[in-house]
Design a protein around this ligand. Sequence first.
Ligand code: ADP
Ligand code: ASP
Ligand code: MG
Length: 419
Amino acid sequence: MIKTLKFGGTSVGSASNMRQVANIITSEGSTLTVLSAMSGTTDSLVRASDGAVRDSEVDFLRAKYTECIGELLTNKQPSIDKMEEILTVVSSDSTIQSAREAQGELLTTFIFTEHLKERGFKAELLYAPDFMFTDDQEVVVQSKLNTIKNVIEPGTYYVTQGFIATVADGTLGNLGRGGSDYSAALMGVAIGSSEVQIWTDIDGMHTGDPRFVRGTRPIRRMSFEEAAELAYFGAKILHPATVIPCKEAGVDVRLKNTMDPAADGTLISSSDESAMNFHAVAAKDNITVIRISSARMLMAYGFLRKVFEVFEKYKTPIDMITTSEVAVSLTVDKIEHLDKIIQELKEMASVEVEHCNSIVCVVGRIDYDHAGLAARVFKAVENIPIKMISYGASHRSMSLLINSEDKIATLQSLNNFLF
Ligand code: ADP
Ligand code: ASP
Ligand code: MG
């Protein structure tokens, strides 16, 4: 059985955690093991874009990786040499930033593969940019792992980097923060895995974000659609694009805890057996609302098309939308071209803009002919000003727009009331 296991930054964040990962992949029989960079090192590489602090970031990276190599490996020199080679790339002014950010994964996978070999396992390190490609829309367009599929040797542990890829101009780049999950999904599907496992520092998808909410608990099973909505609306445990390739290929995704491998975790699959109810809540910050109103909308057709065309022109996705006869409100999180969008919209309507909002998304099984579900959500947030509501677009989710300052109170109250 072919299996792809991905381990995040904390899971490979120290020598002892790397030993634990090696135990897991060998007992699970992982075919392809996809790793993130050691925790904190991608943040450091991001900061190193600033030439003024680059030297101190390089010192930090050298100290972190040297400690890990020192504790983990007997034959340290190949990893030390690799580290120095990578730190030279990080230090160079001519290294483009997206390539600099990719260096953590390269070093982490190198050290981990050395560890597997020292423990007597047959291990092979694969260079992900040889088979992961993205175009300028930051979408992976090709995953040529199929070639590797044909050379898989039973008994060999293949190790590769999440997050990193060859970008449109042929140089080294990455899929954006948190992108290792997405890498693992694409690779896992490409090599025909029966399951893609995402190993992290928590026992699966929780009912709410444990960084903000007390008393959350893990959810054992959920559908691809629910997981996709939660990830898109802020559940950091999963990169939002992760479930797309798995859903298309019918490959289950399992979320597991590296620190507690015996815990059940969460199984994400196409099965839709869950009882009608709410399952989890997530929140996405930095949301801007654009309120557009025009008397010309009254009894008219074609107005919405004109509005949407403006967003399309500036490649700005819309998240939430509500309409009345003379007004439409919508939300965006990408505000790069906001000024131009507003300017064009003002030619056809009056426009108001509000920043600093959050979308709170409640997912579960919401059948429209079932009375009382929306009422439960409203009851839970009765003391919070609600600025927009989206209900009825998908029987998987319901979204509320609130001021960001009310986010934690909203999440806590929903968690207390719904689960
Ligand atoms: P990794 O480095 O393994 O990719 P991440 O930090 O990206 O790990 O994701 C795991 C973290 O996601 C958890 O430690 C937790 O704080 C956070 N998180 C946010 N929302 C949720 C949720 N609904 N369920 C579980 N974890 C969540
Ligand atoms: N190392 C990258 C990051 O910190 C990718 C990942 O962990 O998924 O964003
Ligand atoms: Mg992550």
